[in-house]
Design a protein around this ligand. Structure first.
Ligand code: NDP
Length: 452
């Protein structure tokens, strides 16, 4: 990372972040990635240095951590830890999902919240960055248990959120069921139907069309733009996706609709390979309806399909790879295997799924385009912002209209990243383009709003 001459030593700032936030390696990784291309930008903009924009950006505006006690179906009491981090509100109310996963720590939520600041800026919409979550595992829990947990969590969270303050949504482990329970308790405690306080609601009661599909669809729309830059199309391409959750399923759906053959996906139990192309209805049945594992696919589907326990899907040869499961799921060896297998486009559906070393492999490889999640997976939060807009105007858009706006947003994000990279001597580098463009929009707003 370069040191700039205008007064901020970026290496020193990264070290300060590491010292000030010990034991949070994912947060450090996210900060390193965003800061890496900013040296020359700060040289052009001494006013950002004077106003200590970067030093303020790496410190969340606020962090709330609280206890969530709940009672399971057998009468046993459990105690979980939940948190909500408001990272930056220069562009609008804090906006970002809630994650329920036993591995959730404050460091995870801070990395996700930090990424969210720049992602939300790239959408061009009026949303700040935030994130939240709890170390609760919804897997194997009954609907009643999930409801009691969500109600207990909201009994504290309600005082920190609101349509103009902080607007949570779903993330891994939090989907329509959880948002419903969270919203019900928010409504009951506050005595208001403030629909814009949460997004990802059911489409019959304030939710936006396309929100469920938005991250996966948006990812594929972004890939379409990357390919278009090379005068290529998705039709006829071979695709591998990781994960089999919300983002993965709708990425598969849209890639198939645009003529690609998706030959692999995965879940936390292993990797599935189906050379004939995945049967998405069967995957939806296994993952969304039965909430089971992918292993059962092979027997029910027959044919050439195979499942490898504990494996990642990155040894399956493909032209387009879409990591959509979780952070740091794709390492240097996986990246080398993908390049060897002929990959030409890698676009992140998950947040930071590629390690630093894996990103370096893609960026060094000849003829491989790589897009970071803060650009390529921004479709989800964009449609969440559309949901806020509809809630504020008490209006409802059709599926087609919302999907068109999602496509326009992904095209605009792609163009912003491409153009910004070119303007800053990083032609073809989506990482630099996304980080610089996101930073500039937030930095200008912070500058205008004074030292707050
Ligand atoms: P889900 O919980 O719906 O799905 C996650 C999927 O990844 C599941 O199939 C899960 O397996 C699998 N998985 C989780 N951990 C691992 C692992 N270590 N190895 C292999 N597979 C794993 O989450 P989402 O689809 O909502 O989110 C996925 C990623 O996308 C996250 O990084 C999230 O932050 C990001 N994202 C999500 C958005 C959204 O709108 N939902 C928006 C933008 C980003 P199993 O089914 O066995 O649990």
């Amino acid at each position: 990372m370069s040191t700039n001459t205008a007064g901020t030593d970026l290496d020193e700032l990264v070290r300060a972040v590491e010292d000030r936030n010990p034991g949070e390696p994912e947060f450090h990784q996210a900060v390193r990635e965003v800061l890496a291309p900013l040296g020359p930008v700060l040289e052009r903009h001494p006013e950002y240095v004077k106003a200590r924009i970067l030093e303020r950006l790496v410190e969340p505006e606020r962090q709330v951590i609280f206890r969530v006690p709940w009672v399971d179906d057998g009468g046993d009491v459990h105690v979980q830890r939940a948190m909500r981090v408001g990272f930056n509100s220069a562009l609008g109310p804090y906006k970002g999902g809630m994650r329920f996963n036993p591995d959730v720590t404050l460091g995870t939520i801070k990395f996700l919240g930090f990424e969210q600041v720049f992602k939300n800026a790239l959408t061009g919409l009026a949303i700040g960055g935030g994130k939240g979550g709890a170390d609760f595992d919804p897997k194997g829990r009954s609907d009643d248990e999930v409801m009691r947990f969500c109600q207990s969590l909201m009994t504290e969270l309600y005082r920190h959120i609101g349509p103009d303050q902080d607007v949570p949504a779903g993330d891994a482990g939090v989907a329509a069921r959880e948002i419903g329970f969270l919203f019900g308790q928010y409504k009951r405690i506050t005595g208001t139907y403030a629909a814009g306080a949460l997004t990802g609601k059911g489409t019959g009661w304030g939710g936006a069309q396309v929100r469920t599909e938005a991250t996966g669809y948006g990812l594929v729309y972004f890939v379409r733009e990357m390919l278009a830059g090379r005068y290529e199309e998705l039709d006829g391409r071979t695709v591998v996706v990781s994960g089999a959750g919300n983002v993965s399923i709708y990425a598969i759906e849209k890639a198939q609709a645009l003529g690609a053959t998706v030959v692999g996906c995965s879940d936390s139990s292993g990797a599935l390979h189906d050379p004939d192309g995945l049967d998405l209805d069967l995957i939806k049945q296994l993952k969304l309806t039965e909430r089971g594992h992918l292993g059962a696919y092979v027997e029910r589907r027959g044919g050439e399909a195979s499942f490898e326990e504990g494996a990642t899907p990155w040894r399956i040869p493909c032209e387009i790879a879409l990591p959509c499961a979780t952070q740091n799921e794709l390492d240097e060896k996986d990246a080398k295997a993908l390049v060897k297998g002929g990959v030409r486009v890698v676009a992140e559906g998950a947040n930071m799924p590629c390690t630093d070393e894996a990103v370096a492999v893609f960026q060094d490889a000849e003829d491989v385009l790589y897009a970071p999640g803060k650009a390529s997976n921004a479709g989800g939060v964009a449609v969440s912002a559309f949901e806020m807009e509809q809630n504020a105007s008490r209006n409802g858009w059709t599926f087609e209209n919302t999907d068109e706006r999602l496509q326009a947003t992904m095209k605009q994000i792609h163009e912003t990243c491409r153009r910004t990279a070119a303007e800053h001597d990083h032609e073809g580098d989506y990482v630099a383009g996304a980080n610089i463009a996101g930073f500039l929009r937030v930095a200008d707003a912070m500058l205008a709003q004074g030292v707050v």
